[in-house]
Write a protein that binds this ligand. Structure first.
Ligand code: APR
Length: 236
């Protein structure tokens, strides 16, 4: 099965990779819903932490929780799946992940659907944004431009994805002829809708995941196993 997947990938004219938390799980970054790795949300209520309401209610708690996640990401290193994806300059990576492991592996063409933890921004409209050191994450602080609280530069529950980011992802999934779907439950929209869009546009879907997911029924090929083993094999 993975030989067929490798052949399809080698013949692809326009290859896109769509990734989720499972891509970074073997680097030690907890997933969100995957019971086997003690999914992140199982220990925290996302509406309390990753939402504008949660931030308004307790900005200190939210910033402390993100500092904990940022330090964990700083400790993590790209795994063979990140490196295999980054080594292919013919692949556009669309990721739901907010870690910087694909960048650290050297990936150039990257669409970050849910933003990045490697920056903070101000939501007051002043447009302030600054990169942060994941190994030494900032505590709750005010925007130097307008005085509002700065927040992680990620998309929270209830927030819309940046229009330009969504358009780039939609257009790539309409045009690709092979979509590699790696380490995602495909449970969260609108991101997961890109899978059906690629399928409807005629792409072949290859799913790499440790368990069946909401992408399984659309998959032309589903490889169940670890991304760090299967992604290099399929991209070889
Ligand atoms: N290799 C491949 N797949 C793996 C691995 C691994 N080593 N470890 C876990 N997985 C799979 C799990 O089986 C699961 O289906 O990765 C998937 C991770 O799913 P989720 O935890 O739901 O993460 P994700 O799909 O990225 O969530 C989407 O939800 O909470 C929001 O913004 C958050 O971007 C996130 C979005």
């Amino acid at each position: 099965m993975s030989k067929t997947a490798s052949r399809i990938v080698s013949e692809a004219r326009n290859l896109v990779a769509f990734s989720g938390a499972g891509l970074s799980a073997e680097s030690g970054v907890p997933t969100f819903r995957d019971a086997t790795t003690g999914g992140l949300w199982k220990r925290h209520d996302p509406t309390k932490l990753a939402s504008p309401q949660g931030f308004a209610r307790d900005p200190q708690l939210v910033v402390e929780w993100y500092a904990h996640r940022r330090r964990a990401i700083a400790q993590a290193v790209p795994n063979p799946a990140h490196r295999a994806l980054a080594a292919r300059d013919d692949i556009l990576n669309i990721t739901q992940n907010v870690d910087d492991l694909l960048e650290r592996a050297g990936a150039q063409a990257l669409v970050r659907l849910h933003g990045t933890l490697a920056a903070d921004r101000c939501d007051s409209g002043c447009g302030y944004r600054e990169s942060i050191d994941l190994a030494d994450p900032p505590s709750l602080r005010s925007c130097p431009r307008c005085g509002d609280h700065l927040r992680p530069d990620v998309v929270w529950f209830g927030e819309t994805l940046p229009a330009n980011v969504w358009e780039a992802a939609e257009s790539a999934c309409r045009r690709c002829d092979v979509l590699l779907i790696i380490g995602t439950s495909a449970a969260v929209h609108p991101a997961a809708g890109l899978i059906g869009l690629a399928k409807a546009s005629g792409a072949q879907l290859i799913v790499i995941n440790t368990q069946p997911s909401e992408a399984s029924e659309l998959a032309d090929i589903e490889l169940l196993g670890n991304a760090s083993a299967l992604v290099p094999e399929v991209l070889d």
